[in-house]
Structures are given as structure tokens and as C-alpha cells.
Design a protein around this ligand. Sequence first.
Ligand SMILES: Cc1ncc(COP(=O)(O)O)c(C=O)c1O
Length: 417
Amino acid sequence: MEKLDITRSLRLFDEATKLVPGGVGGARRPYNFVRGEYPIFFERGKGGRVTDVDGNEYVDFLCGFGPIILGYREEEVDEAVIRQIRDKGFCFTLTQPYQNQLAEKLNECIPCSEMCVFTKTGSDGTTASIRIARGYTDRMKVMRCGYHGWHDWCVEVKGGIPEKLYEDVHEFHYNNLNQLEDLMAKYGDETAAIILTPFGHPLHEKMQEPEPGFLEGVRGIATKYGAVLIYDEIRTGFRLSMGGAQKLYGVTPDLSVFGKGMANGYAISALAGKAEIMKAAEQKVFVSSTFFSNSSGYIAALKTIEILERDNVLDKIWERGGRFLQKVRNITNKYDVGAELSGVAPMFFITFKRDKADTYKARREDFYTQLIRRGVFLHPHHHGYICYRHTEEDLDLAAEAIDEALAYVNEKHGVSK
Ligand SMILES: Cc1ncc(COP(=O)(O)O)c(C=O)c1O
């Protein structure tokens, strides 16, 4: 399969490097994909497909890195926001009443939710959760597991951040209860919060479902030491279930953070949790920003949640995605190239088994190169999502491309089973 023509993307990127450090935002830089093969700029999208600036069309499984739960340009959501902007306005000195409607809706959907603080991004929400937990407990230490955004306390790249801003933050690995137990035996009395993604989606690595007893164990440890248990449901919220992973797995945290899938692409996030703890945000800690009360996000979230409920969207994603993943699993099993499928129907990932000589990297690069050339936008280092508007045709096209791409890798690097 021939290389795509991405001339315009490359030209725009060249121009961008003189205008924006790195050309485009960190996670979206070409070195994160396959350099020279993936487009760098998109022009438009509709449903489950996007078109780049050179006119190449892709079935897109990144879904804007998560917020697209319905599909691109979902008319009902966009119309609701446009109507709000045109008829009433969305940016005011005081709050519009949609805030209350959305908080009530989240209380209905999310098991731990009794009160909400609305913010704009995932990083806002996770950072607010830590500040509130610290204010509530009068303790400083935080145990964390997963990616929680770009703010000082948690970002992986430490450049530009004084050590004292993250010296109280300790990391543990998903499904490793012993590691958390050891950390808490040492620091439990000083620990304000344990924050984790309730579903394991570490960068570059296979996705992990909670092992039996893991979430229950974390819950028990948090309670034992009086630490606030926080779920970062930025990816899992309104995707794994309407109440996030906490509803799916039946283990309830004290606070949880939602964003991405909640509003089909509009900027809004929510910290939702137990009233007793959330009330720390009334006096002890300050959380506020010029744009937090803008109603465009509230309106988009209310409409998105209405559609998710009305059309039983998540059941359909589980069903359609489940059939797709079974097909992909059969395909990956056909080839002895180290390809591994992980995740669940709404979020899945194809990774390559690591080996000492690092040959998996070449197989991974060839695989994702063959996929993008066939019009399937998946990411070598980040899992994909299935959205409501992915059609059977989109999924069939993707399955066929995965089969062909693995056959290519097998021919070049592997041995057939
Ligand atoms: C689990 C999780 N938490 C927090 C964040 C940070 O969200 P944002 O990029 O909107 O600040 C992300 C973003 O990808 C995320 O995946």
C-alpha cells in the first residue's frame, strides 16, 4: 500500500514550528505517531470519520483523544449550543441556571456524586480534587496511579516544576495492591488522597481491567487510613457506563472526575463527590476561573447525556464494539507477530509484546504505518475508542485493514501460525 500524500500537513507543520513551540501541542506532535506517515492537521470530521488537510479520509478511533462519544459534528448537540449562543449567550458575570440542572443529572448518574464543582479540562478537575482532599484532611501526601493531566503535582515531564510541588506525590501501579499497601504503611497517616484511573490505561502499555479485589482493596485501604479515594474517570466516564467505571465495577470512591465523553467535544469537566468532602470547596480551598461558569459546556453536556440515555448509546457501543473486538481478536490470533489486543468494547488497544532486543518497535511501526495508509486512524502509543457513529462499514473497514496490516508485518518479520 502506497504512502499517503500528506504534503500540505507537512508544509503547515513546517510553518507551525516557527509560530508555536513544537509546532503543535505536546501529545499531538508527529514523533508521537509514525513520523512522515501520519497527517499532522485535520480539516473536518463527521460521524466516525475525519479528513486531513490533504483530503485523505480516515475512520478515526482516537475520537479527539476521548471527548467524541457520539460522533463528530453531532447535530443535536451542536444545534443546542448554537441556539444557546444565539438566543441567550453563554459568558456572563453571573452563573446561568444550567449549572444546577447538570449537577442534578450527574447526581442521578454517578454513584458517589452528591455535589459537583464544574471546571473546563481534565487537569482542572483532577487538580481541584487533590486540593479539596488536602483541604478536607489537612494532610499533604497523595498516592497516584495513571495519567491525571499536565499540572505541577502530576505531570510526567518535570521540567519547569520545583521539586517541592511534587515531592509529596507517590506513584503506584495499577492492579498492584501490595505496592499501595506498602506506601500507605509508611505514609498513610499523612495521606490526603489516593487517586487512580479505575480502569488501567497506562501509556504505551496494554489496557488492564481491575483484577478481582483490586478496587475493593484500594477502597479498604483508603478507608482504613482516612484518605479520600478519588477516581479519575476522565476517560471512563460516560463511556464504560453512564456512571463511569465506579458504576460498572460497583466500587464507589469519595470523589471522581469526569470530562471528555460527557459533552461530545465541548470543554467541560466535573468533580463529583460526597457532600461532606466537597464542602471543603466552600471555605477552605478556592476553585474558580473566568470560564468555569460558561454555559456552552453545560448545554453540550446536558444534551449529550440526554442522547446517551434516550438512545441507549452505551449499550449499543458495548454491543457493536464487542463484535468488532471479537473479530479483531480472531485476526490478531492468526499471526505470530506479538500483536496483543487489550481493553473492552468502548476502549481498546493493539500493542506489541516487548522483547529484549526491542524488535517489537519495528513491528509496531510497520503495523501502524500500514493502518494509516489504509485510512484507519489508530495510535501506536494510545488506545482507541469506539463512538456511537462508527458504522458497521467503518468497523468492517478497520478489521480488514488490521488483517492486512498484520499480514504485512507477518510477511516482513514473523512466522505464520
Ligand atoms: C485519565 C485522564 N485524566 C486527566 C486527563 C487530563 O485532561 P485534560 O487533557 O483535559 O487536561 C486526561 C487527558 O488525557 C486523562 O486521560
